[in-house]
Each structure stands twice: as C-alpha cells, then as structure tokens.
Design a protein around this ligand. Structure first.
Ligand code: AMP
Length: 397
C-alpha cells in the first residue's frame, strides 16, 4: 500500500510517497512560492538524483497536478499511475473543538476546516486547498485529515481552560489546543516502544525543540498538558516566538511605540524568541551557539533562557503527572544539540536524571542517552510527522 502525505502551507506544499509495506519513502518533494513569481518544484525520488522543475504554480491545484506528473514521469517518476496510491493523508492544522481523532474527509470535515479559518488563518485555508486539489486530481480516493491540534484535545479542562470570562470559550472556542500534535503523538509512542515502557501507564515528557518548540506531558500516550495554547505563541522561547509573556507587555509596547495589537503580535511571533533576545543575531540555534562561543552576551542569555524555560516546563509537567518515566528530545535542536540536551538535564538532578556523556554523543537516531542508574530514562527520538500521518491514514482506510 502506497500513501501520499501532503503538508500545505500558505505558499508551499511538501509531499512524501510512503510504501507502507516497509514504511520507506519512495519519493518526496517540495513546491515553493505557490501563487508567487518564481515557483519551483523540487522532487527527490529515492536513490535517484534530485530534479528541480521551474514552472508557474498559481495555486495549490496546479501544484498538486505537477506533483502527480513528477511522480509518474517516465524519467524521474516512481509510479506508473495514480492507481498505485491508496489514499492521501493531509496535515491539517486546526480541528477546533470538534475533532481530536484523524478522520476520512467528507463535506462535514471540510466545513469544520473552513469554520476554523479564524483559529488557523495561515494554515487551514491552505490545508483545505490541498485537500480539494487532491480530490480534483484523484477523484474517489480517500483523503484523511490528521490534526496538528488532535493530540492536545485529550487535555483535561483544568489544563486547557484559560482563566478568562467563560463566555469567550462558549462564543469563540478560546482555549488551549496545543500544536506539533502529530510529532508529540509519534515521539511519545516511539519512546514507549523504544524504552520498553508500559504502554498504558508510562508518563512521558516530549521536548519538541526546533525553530518552533513545545513540550508535552502524556500518560499512556494520552496528552495531559502541552505548552502551546490557542496559537503556537504560548510556551517555550522559540526561534522567533516569545513564548509565555505577561499580556500587559502588548499594551505597554502599543502605547510606547504607537503600534496596534496586530503589529505587536507580529513582533511576538516573528521578531522575538532567541532572534529578538540576542539583539537580532539569528533565529537559528546554531548561529546563536556560535555567537555565544564568540563572546556575545545577549546570545548567551537567549540560549540560557531557552534552556531554563524547557527545564521549568519539565518540572511543571512532572508535578502535573506526579512523576515521569521518560523524557524524549526531538526536532532540529533536540535531535542534534547534545550540549543543549545536557544543559536542560543539568536542572533535573532532583528527579534522579543522569546523562551518560558517551550515550548523549549521538544525533538523528533513536537512543537512550541517560546512564543505566538514571531514575528517568532520557531519550533521543527523531520525529517523523509524515510517517505518523501515513500510519493514521492507513489505519483509517
Ligand atoms: P526544526 O524546526 O525542527 O527543523 O529545527 C531547526 C532548528 O534546529 C534550527 O534552529 C537549527 O539551528 C537547529 N539545529 C540543527 N542542528 C543543530 C545543532 N547541531 N545544534 C544546535 N541546533 C541545531
């Protein structure tokens, strides 16, 4: 069975064709600058050279048509016809209060995706365009929606309700949803398997540390809390996002700088985080580490604050679960930055966490990085959102 996984952004479309027999990637690629001048498709068939095709892509429908052509091309294609594709799995950002579980797309599902445009203004419209483009290109094939907010929907009320007047929850569905849900679901599940933990009761904290960053706590794979909120702005310090902040800061900057709320929210989303804290060095953690090594004090503070906040969330989530069996690091920083992992774990001695430096000298593959006598198993688990979406799609069709 072959499953096509589609992840649409407002001007991009990422795809992977996965053979579910051995979960291998047959081909993957990226359409960039959809609806903008200079659009380009980069197609990578497994074991063959990468192909770049420059052609106008005025919308996602044309992008999907180009992907279908690339997949069936006599020279760099990997399938003879779309009959070989059993189903399409879509990453959809927001299912609102309605959907927690992945679901086969029908008119009701599309209506909910549309109703959630307010909650995911950049992604939900693009996700719907991707689904409709696949429906047009491959009529009759099942499309499955896998919600980025799905994992967080298992949170109890005490974790997801904001302490604001209740009418806003009733009227506008304002609550904490959490994001990176597919990654947290995948990594917590893999951590349970890899660590040989009890699948029903294991208390796992996943630190998804990339350009966007979030922490989740789950028991037996069910989310009890996660650090992002109504939007991905809440929680950890990220590449460009501030994470947790006193909301009065927004009003203060508005008044002092003569800006409106939208402008300040844009600053908190795109110009803050380690980029803003470091005085503009970079949103890329490697650049921040280099600047710190070169003696840049603001870069050092940004990195220290990032690590400190991750450690605080781990402490909070350990309290929320009354214990923790495993901590799993994932995403760009979590999978590659051994110094960062060690620095975070250096706050966790009180939990009996002990890192094994030799075991921690690893990147990009699943590994236990804690010492044999560590009270908590610490792991590196590479995330794979596409595979998680493909597995969900296979399960549903
Ligand atoms: P992601 O959003 O998951 O793709 O992660 C991207 C982030 O991972 C970028 O900020 C990279 O700088 C960071 N990253 C990748 N490799 C390393 C590394 N060796 N050390 C620190 N950060 C890294």
């Amino acid at each position: 069975m072959k499953i096509l996984v589609i992840n649409c952004g407002s001007s991009s479309l990422k795809y992977q064709l996965i053979d579910m027999a051995d979960e291998s990637v047959i081909a993957k690629g990226l359409c960039e600058r959809i609806g903008i001048e200079g659009s380009k498709l980069t197609h990578q068939p497994a074991g063959k050279d990468k192909v770049e095709i420059e052609k106008a892509m005025p919308n996602h429908q044309v992008a999907i048509e180009m992907v279908m052509e690339a997949l069936q091309d006599p020279a760099h294609g990997v399938i003879a016809s779309t009959d070989e594709i059993s189903a399409i799995g879509h990453r959809v950002l927001h299912g609102g209060k309605v959907y927690s579980e992945s679901i086969v797309v029908d008119e009701d599902v599309k209506r909910v995706i549309r109703e959630c445009f307010d909650l995911g203004p950049l992604h939900n419209p693009a996700n719907l365009m991707g689904i409709e483009a696949c429906e047009a290109a491959m009529p009759g094939k099942p499309n499955v929606a896998v919600w980025d907010t799905g994992f967080g929907m298992a949170m109890p009320e005490k974790a997801y309700m904001y302490a604001i007047p209740h009418e806003y929850y009733e009227k506008y569905s304002i609550r904490r949803y959490g994001f990176h849900g597919t990654s947290h679901m995948f990594v917590s599940g893999e951590a349970i398997k890899f660590g040989g933990l009890d699948p029903e009761n294991a208390k796992v904290i996943v630190c998804h540390l990339g350009n966007g960053a979030s922490v989740s706590a789950s028991i037996g794979g069910k989310c009890v809390d996660t650090s992002m909120g109504l939007t991905p702005l809440e929680g950890l310090i990220m590449g460009t996002r501030s994470g947790d902040i006193d909301p009065a800061v927004v009003q203060f900057i508005c008044n002092k700088e003569g800006k409106d709320v939208n402008e300040v929210l844009n600053i908190l989303n795109k110009k803050s985080g380690v980029l803003g804290m470091s005085g503009g060095v970079s949103s890329d953690f490697r650049d921040i580490e280099k600047a710190k090594a070169d003696g840049n004090h603001l870069a050092e503070v940004a990195l220290d604050a990032f690590i400190y906040r991750v450690a605080k969330y781990i402490g909070a989530y350990t309290a929320a679960m009354n214990g923790v069996d495993a901590i799993a690091f994932t995403a760009g920083v979590g999978e590659n930055d051994k110094a960062g992992r060690k620095a975070i774990c250096s706050y966790l001695g009180y939990l009996g966490v002990k890192i094994d430096d030799e075991a921690n000298d690893v990147r990009g593959k699943a590994a236990v990085i804690s010492a044999p006598d560590s009270k908590v198993k610490v792991m590196l688990i590479p995330t794979n959102e596409e595979l998680a979406i493909a597995r969900e799609t296979k399960r549903l069709i």
